[in-house]
Structure formats: structure tokens, C-alpha cells
Design a protein around this ligand. Structure first.
Ligand SMILES: Nc1nc2c(ncn2[C@@H]2O[C@H](COP(=O)(O)OP(=O)(O)O)[C@@H](O)[C@H]2O)c(=O)[nH]1
Ligand SMILES: [Mg+2]
Length: 221
């Protein structure tokens, strides 16, 4: 009789143990960390640029950028004024706790208040791998379509906050906000969400205040 070896489960367990180590390291240094997940092109890097700008002079930011091949996004974060570290995943469709662990070694955590991790653009694999960040944020965007919560429930179910980017495109794209929000509410009741536009800046202030508040809350614990 063949025996089924739960390899995937073992890999995920090992990942979760290292994620716990990453969290302990961040907590010891007083760094609050967000994991940004989204489809390619949803606006993760654009939102990172706005967040750096919006918190300039208030919080010290660092960005870890996961990409399958280039350092373009890390270059954009550095140009916007954050410490930036690039992780090239070599084709892997997600970041994992080992990659974050190695990237953290390249940052001086004592000089950072907020760390944003830009995960690889993908609505499936990143949801399965804990990194050790404090909260995960899904950046949805209007042109992706209003059916995405229904098609990618794993991603929508697991996040702590959600951004709906590119609302400037609502007049031009068929996107029923009520239908979209209903799908989100079924999967993740009450999740905080921020409709905004990185193009026009509409809604960005509410997002920046929320991030600022999260950092303060974690510091107060
Ligand atoms: N119209 C519009 N375009 C946006 C918005 N945010 C980002 N973009 C554009 O969408 C593309 C992908 O953005 P990027 O931040 O690189 O997405 P990422 O792949 O998720 O990091 C770029 O051409 C951005 O200029 C927005 O709010 N409105
Ligand atoms: Mg990007």
C-alpha cells in the first residue's frame, strides 16, 4: 500500500516556525510590518510610494520588495525615500519566511518604525505563506473586475485590511462596487477597507491615518 507523505504540510509548518522568529525579531526592534499582496499591476508599488510620502517626517520606513526577476520596485521605493531591499525569488510565485528572514538581515531594524513587504504579484500562492509581518493588506483594483473575491476566496479571507485602488477608473470600467463588497463581506466580515486612487490621491489620507494608527497601537502594547 502506498503511504501519503504530507510534504506540503511539513513545508508550511517549517515556514510558520520561521515566521514566528521573524515576528519576534521585528517586535524586539519595535518595527511594525505590513505584507502587501495583490495581482500584478494592482498598484502595490504606487501605494508604497504614497505611503512613504504621506508618513515622511513622522515614521521611518523600509521596504522589502519581492519580485521574480527585477529590482525595479525596490528602486522606486528607494527613490521615494525609504531604505529598500530587493528579494529576487528566482521565479517563485510568493515570498516565504526564509526569504524575509534573509532580507531582514540586510536592514538595520533599530532605525525603522514601519516595514512594508511587497509580495510577488499573485492572488493565490502568497496567501499560503506566513511571513511574520503583523498585518496583511490586499490591494484590489477596479480594472481587475468585481468578481475577484468570489474567484480568489483564500486571499480575500485571510487579510486584515483591504485597499480598492484605481477608483478614478470607475466611470470607465464595469465594476459593481456593491457586488464586490458583498463578496468581501461574506469572506471577511467587517474587514477595514480603503477605496482610493493612487493616480488622483483621493482616499489616500484615510489610508495613511490608518497605517499611522496601527504603528501607534502596536507600540502601545
Ligand atoms: N488609473 C490609475 N492607475 C494606477 C493607479 N495606481 C497605479 N496605477 C498604475 O498601474 C500600473 C501598475 O502600478 P504598480 O504600482 O506598479 O503596481 P504593482 O505591480 O501592484 O506594484 C502603473 O502603470 C501605475 O501608474 C490608480 O489609482 N489609477
Ligand atoms: Mg510592484
Amino acid at each position: 500500500m502506498t503511504q501519503r507523505v504530507p510534504v506540503v504540510e511539513k513545508i508550511l509548518n517549517a515556514n510558520d516556525r520561521l515566521a514566528t522568529d521573524n515576528r519576534a525579531k521585528l517586535d524586539a526592534a519595535g518595527v511594525f510590518a505590513l505584507n502587501f499582496m495583490a495581482s500584478p499591476g494592482a498598484g502595490k508599488t504606487s501605494l508604497i510610494e504614497h505611503t512613504i510620502q504621506g508618513l515622511r517626517g513622522k515614521l521611518r520606513l523600509a521596504v522589502i520588495d519581492g519580485d521574480i526577476a527585477t529590482s525595479l520596485d525596490a528602486d522606486r521605493a528607494a527613490a521615494a525615500g525609504a531604505q529598500a531591499v530587493q528579494i529576487n525569488t528566482g521565479g517563485e510565485c510568493h515570498l516565504d519566511a526564509v526569504m524575509l528572514h534573509d532580507a531582514l538581515a540586510n536592514l538595520d531594524l533599530s532605525t525603522i518604525d514601519l516595514l512594508i513587504v511587497e509580495n510577488v504579484g499573485n492572488l493565490i500562492c502568497p496567501a499560503s505563506f506566513q511571513l511574520g509581518t503583523h498585518q496583511s493588506v490586499l490591494i484590489a483594483s477596479v480594472p481587475e473586475g468585481d468578481d475577484k473575491p468570489y474567484k480568489y476566496p483564500g486571499m480575500y479571507r485571510g487579510v486584515d485590511a483591504m485597499v480598492i485602488n484605481k477608483i478614478d477608473l470607475l466611470p470607465y470600467v464595469t465594476f459593481n462596487m456593491e457586488y464586490f463588497q458583498r463578496g468581501v463581506e461574506i469572506l471577511n466580515p467587517g474587514v477595514v477597507n480603503f477605496p482610493l486612487s493612487c493616480r488622483t490621491g483621493e482616499g489616500i489620507d484615510a489610508w495613511i491615518s490608518w497605517v499611522d494608527q496601527q504603528v501607534k497601537t502596536i507600540r502601545a502594547v
